[in-house]
Ligand binder design. Structure first.
Ligand code: FAD
Ligand code: NAI
Length: 472
């Protein structure tokens, strides 16, 4: 095999964790390579996750709005038709532009982009099998950062063909709108992709094991409201139902489900079934066994506070290890890991990582949910404000949703902020900053917010936490 000169850092995986770590390491003056086997940079997020799903969510929303919500605004539009091929082409264009952009950033920062599958063969060596089939490359390195991400958790007995039985990867690439779609799992992927296909005309049923949708972390009040709003948009929900088994041998797909409450069984049929029951760490072919690195019972690579494995020079970030499986979380860790290598210190505030569900309206939150605060035993106060009482939401004819604050009863320090409503994903940034700075709800309520904006609902929910809101 051929050899290149020694690197300071070799990053395995070119997703949000890996590419950011590689750029930061290079910016810090370290000789850095990034190994990626997909043929494009950006990982799950840019290629088959965040970016393509948001493109489809945005454009399917515009289509749906023109079809169902435009007349009341005084706009008459006739003959609205879906051009799914064009919608997919617009998505592909966004993806291509962004993944190509990272390649340019690599060049600008002097990161060596190695296209192939990386395998750790020793504490200081990564061997790469190039995707073009060329000769194996040996990269000698002082440090390794593992950022190999995650993959969809399969549903036992239902083989994914990405046509009839799909994961999110198939759900961003269907070539026609299915008549009936069943989504297994009412978490973020299920609700986002279920929304896309429901808006485009599919009859969508979401089967969720728990008694609430939204996946782990969503505040119960927000989850309830989300279910009501999405239900009104036409998505059917079967909460407290478990999918027992599936059969895709016929023309469509049959699922056997069971009520968690009374064990009553039922059969559902659909043209397409989306499996969205979570994601699991991806370490196939990585060679962890060559260096004795262990994973936990859920497949996550075990690390310490500085992202180190049992080998001090091998660090791990992103979906393949602990914590929320979110792109911005992986990016923060990428920067911190590079800084640890160069400077010996780095930091991520895990208490201030926002979550956003890009349905319409969006749901967004940061900090603890009410059920988490309750479980901690801390005394707390809650303040809420409905968008129905917000002037901008009213003029926009988008009044679904609310802002909810949870603060420490004694100190008024903000513990959690939960929003469901128009533009919640942008609005939550103010909440993240509040938590990062250790703000009290009164700090926020006494900060001037422009009128008329949706963010006044944010201010008033803060006010309602220690005092009374003006407009509610
Ligand atoms: P990944 O992005 O998975 O990247 C890992 C990369 O490593 C992959 O490209 C893989 O090909 C490569 N790789 C693996 N093994 C090797 C090897 N041995 N050699 C070379 N290369 C290798 N998060 C958000 O924050 N916001 C969203 O809106 C959002 N939407 C999502 C929508 C969907 C449909 C999905 C599936 C996920 C979404 N996520 C979202 C989650 C987000 O995509 C992940 O949290 C993020 O991509 C994790 O980054 P990562 O760098 O850890 O791993
Ligand atoms: P998830 O963990 O969010 O939700 C999975 C849901 O499936 C859970 O509610 C679970 O109770 C349910 N479930 C599991 N087995 C079931 C069964 N047999 N029958 C019925 N229900 C069952 O996982 P999801 O939605 O697959 O997403 C994976 C991760 O991807 C997310 O947790 C998130 O980290 C990331 N993501 C983030 C997005 C964002 O930030 N906007 C968008 C999409 C994905």
């Amino acid at each position: 095999s051929s050899e290149s000169g020694e690197h300071d850092v070799v990053v395995i995986g070119g997703g949000p964790g890996g590419y950011v770590a590689a750029i930061k390491a290079a910016q810090l003056g370290l000789k850095t390579a990034c190994v990626e086997k997909r043929g494009a940079l950006g990982g799950t997020c840019l290629n088959v996750g965040c970016i393509p799903s948001k493109s489809l969510l945005n454009n399917s929303h515009i289509y749906h709005q023109i079809k169902h919500d435009i007349k009341q605004r005084g706009i008459e539009v006739d003959n609205v038709r879906l051009n799914l091929d064009q919608m997919m082409a617009a998505k592909d264009k966004s993806v291509k532009g962004l993944t190509g952009g990272i390649e340019i950033l690599f060049k600008q920062n002097g990161v060596d982009y190695v296209k192939g599958t990386g395998t750790i063969t020793g504490e200081n060596e990564v061997k790469v099998k190039p995707i073009d089939g060329g000769e194996e490359i040996s990269l000698k390195t002082k440090n390794i950062i593992i950022a190999t991400g995650s993959e969809a958790t399969p549903f036992p007995g239902l083989e994914v063909d990405e046509k009839k039985v799909i994961t999110s990867t198939g759900a961003i690439a269907l070539t026609e709108v299915p008549k009936k779609m069943i989504v297994i799992g009412g978490g973020i992927i299920g609700l986002e992709m279920g929304s896309v296909w429901s808006r485009l005309g599919a009859e969508v049923t979401v089967v969720e094991f728990l008694d609430a949708i939204g996946g782990p972390g969503m505040d119960a009040d927000i989850a309830k409201m989300a279910q009501r709003i999405l239900g009104r948009q036409g998505i059917k929900f079967k909460t407290s139902h478990k999918v027992l088994s599936g059969d895709a041998s016929g023309e469509g797909v049959k699922l056997e489900i069971e009520s968690v409450k009374n064990q009553k069984k039922d059969t559902l049929e659909a043209d397409v079934v989306l499996v969205a029951i979570g994601r699991r760490p991806y370490t196939e072919g990585l060679g962890l066994e060559n260096v004795g690195i262990e994973t936990d019972e859920r497949g996550r690579i075990i690390i310490d506070q500085e992202y180190r494995t049992k080998h001090e020079n091998i660090r791990v970030i992103g979906d393949v290890t602990f914590g929320a499986m979110l792109a911005h979380k992986a990016e923060e860790e990428g920067i911190a890991a590079a800084e640890f290598i160069k400077k010996g210190y780095g930091h991520v505030n895990y208490g201030a990582i926002p979550s956003v569900m890009y349905t319409h309206p969006e749901a967004a939150w940061v900090g603890q949910s009410e059920q988490e605060v309750k479980a901690s035993g801390k005394e707390y106060v809650v303040g809420t404000f409905p968008f129905l009482a917000n002037s901008r939401a009213k003029t926009n004819l988008e009044t679904d949703g609310m802002v909810k604050f949870i603060a420490d009863k004694e100190t008024d320090r903000v513990l959690g902020i939960h929003i469901i409503g128009p533009n919640a994903g942008e609005m939550i940034a103010e909440g993240v900053l509040a938590i990062e700075y250790g703000a009290s709800s009164e700090d926020i309520a006494r900060t001037s917010h422009a009128h008329p904006t949706l963010s006044e609902a944010f201010k008033e929910a803060a006010m309602a936490t220690y005092d009374k809101a003006i407009h509610a």
